[in-house]
Design a protein around this ligand. Sequence first.
Ligand SMILES: [Mg+2]
Length: 238
Amino acid sequence: MPAYASGGWAPVGGIGKQLAQYVERGHRAVKMRVGLQDTSVDDSAARVREVRDTLGPELGIMVDAHGTWGVRDALRFARKVEAYDLAWFEEPVSADNIQGLAEVRRATDIPVATGENAQTRFEFRDLIAAGAVDVLQPDVAIAGGLTECQRIAALAAAHELRVAPHLWGSAILFAAGLHLCVATPCATIVEFTRGENPLLHELVEEPFTLKDGYVLAPEQPGLGLTLRRDFVRSIARD
Ligand SMILES: [Mg+2]
């Protein structure tokens, strides 16, 4: 699966360089944070402009606002960055505000992504029915497991929407989401955290390595992982 680098917290003057470092590690798409951490909507837009100017026109850029804006500011931001060809706008408003997500989606052609905290096919059904989402982001550990996520993916496929699971967690979650994606035609990309994350990189024997921007699914039975007992012991409480 193609894997996008998920990170991007640096301010104006540093954000282009930060995301260029992810590209140097092989990613062909990157996700940056916007919204609350920035001083204004203009500041967020300036950071996006810097990233597009630094990376050039070919690379995918996603933004994640973590629900920090209201509809009005989300739309002001969307208008200011419309020229930069964003792959998606994640949680532009609170993920609980389904009507607000739908308002944003109606008013911009930047795809809206949401769902990392949504549970079961029924919540995703409601998001789809409200016209609130283009990219469904179930977290296998929150949405209800692999089977439930396959049902969610079937809903997405029937509405010509995409699935890009939320994979910010341990190696176990990452492997589960990766397996879901390789079995799901409407899943086009996986999230690869670029934050500090020992639970992703030290918990299991098998490293998740990136090759030409792609990460390969394990081929062993089950999730295909071997727990590192010594690491588990090192982080376990008495
Ligand atoms: Mg997110």
